[in-house]
Design a protein around this ligand. Sequence first.
Ligand SMILES: [Zn+2]
Ligand SMILES: [Zn+2]
Ligand SMILES: [Zn+2]
Length: 244
Amino acid sequence: MGVPTLACHCAVCESSDPHDERTRPSLLVEAGGRHIVIDTTPDFRTQALRAKLDRLDAVIFTHGHADHIMGLDDIRPYNLKQGGAIPIYASAETLAILRRTFAYIFDDAPTSSTLPGVELHEVNRQFTVCGIDVKPVPANHGPVAVLGFRFGGAAYLTDFSSVPETSKDLLRGLDHLILDALRYVPHPMHSNVEQSLALIEELKPKHAWFTHICHDLGHVDANAKLPENVRLAYDGLVLESEIA
Ligand SMILES: [Zn+2]
Ligand SMILES: [Zn+2]
Ligand SMILES: [Zn+2]
């Protein structure tokens, strides 16, 4: 829901620490001058302005929930500037949600408006985008199938409640693991702090970063209770990793 959460006046929502201001979760991967965004959130435009994103080469989607897709229409300035469609990578299930949610992009109805230009690619196994090898990591998000993604030494796994054993094998030997940890209290669709710490203990990445954090966790307070190699991610956080 983002933090501050609308109409909430809790200590975290009213915090003056900029780390407690959380837009919806997304990742920008930059390598060799190419830019790939994972998930176009309802905050995509704000995030792209903040990151001074002048070029967008591809979009990868983890799943089709509103907080991960609703910014798709805002890729239009990149279509205009770059003069072409932008490749989109997602599972068949997520592509179906995109086609339904953004029917006006795909219905071929005559229009005088600018439409987002997209080129859909279904993802099942390892794929290459902008010369970068990307490994999809299937996980469960309650009853919804989601994809995490591994790029060399880093992996992004937002919105999951459990990770199958076969996917755990794709998440070993990481420098950075960015993973869902919604709150302390268990949730049917999301990993909580305790569950994510157990997964980190099992996978042993060098560094782990919590994302998709709700207003139950204050940046300073929550960090103080975590092991040294586990931190809360925050808006604008930049990590470096080997990608090849
Ligand atoms: Zn709050
Ligand atoms: Zn979700
Ligand atoms: Zn989400």
